[in-house]
Design a protein around this ligand. Structure first.
Ligand SMILES: [Mg+2]
Length: 177
């Protein structure tokens, strides 16, 4: 049985999840956290890199949806509107309800759904509870404050395992599905 707090893999940034890579993992729906996964908390507009990444995935037939715990609907709406993708705000991760609801909107199933995010106790736990593939990323904010440093340090035991697994996967030494 998989650990509920261990992501499958840890990436430096979301752009590593290319369309080809996700297809290899049979992902048809990618649920994506917003804050510190795609953008800093105050950011309203996506970067060119994020735009290009979302375009690549959607053109390849992979559906992308933002699932954010952010309680500021105006900002999430503006950001996703700019990207032209749907979203669920105030998603309540790690609760399963709104994540499963999001999945059903696309007629997807847990086995072909993945969730990518920066936080173990919301994104990873939420994905695990729903039976989704779970990808974790390093936060875009880095460890820029004592608060962030402490918060991510507490997650290190789970992050380190997933980073090692990704390293082995990249080296062709293991396959994670
Ligand atoms: Mg986040």
């Amino acid at each position: 049985m998989r650990c509920l707090l261990c992501p499958d893999l840890l990436f430096d940034h979301v752009e590593e999840l290319t369309a080809a890579y996700l297809k290899e993992k049979q992902v048809t729906l990618l649920l994506c956290d917003l804050d510190n996964t795609l953008a800093l908390h105050e950011t309203v507009r996506p970067t060119d890199a994020v735009r290009a990444w979302v375009k690549e995935l959607t053109e390849a037939g992979i559906q992308v949806m933002i699932v954010s715990n952010n309680r500021s609907p105006a900002r999430v709406e503006a950001y996703c509107g700019d990207l032209g993708i749907p979203y669920v705000g105030h998603a309540g991760k790690p609760k399963r309800g709104r994540l499963l609801e999001a999945m059903r909107q696309f007629d997807a199933v847990p086995e072909t759904t993945a969730l990518v995010g920066d936080q173990i106790f919301t994104d990873v736990l939420g994905a695990r509870r729903c039976g989704f593939q779970s990808f974790c990323v390093e936060p875009v904010c880095g460890r820029d404050s004592l608060w962030h440093w402490t918060a991510y340090w507490l997650q290190n035991p789970f992050r380190i395992t997933a980073r090692r697994r990704r390293k082995r996967e990249k080296a062709g030494k293991c396959r994670v599905q």
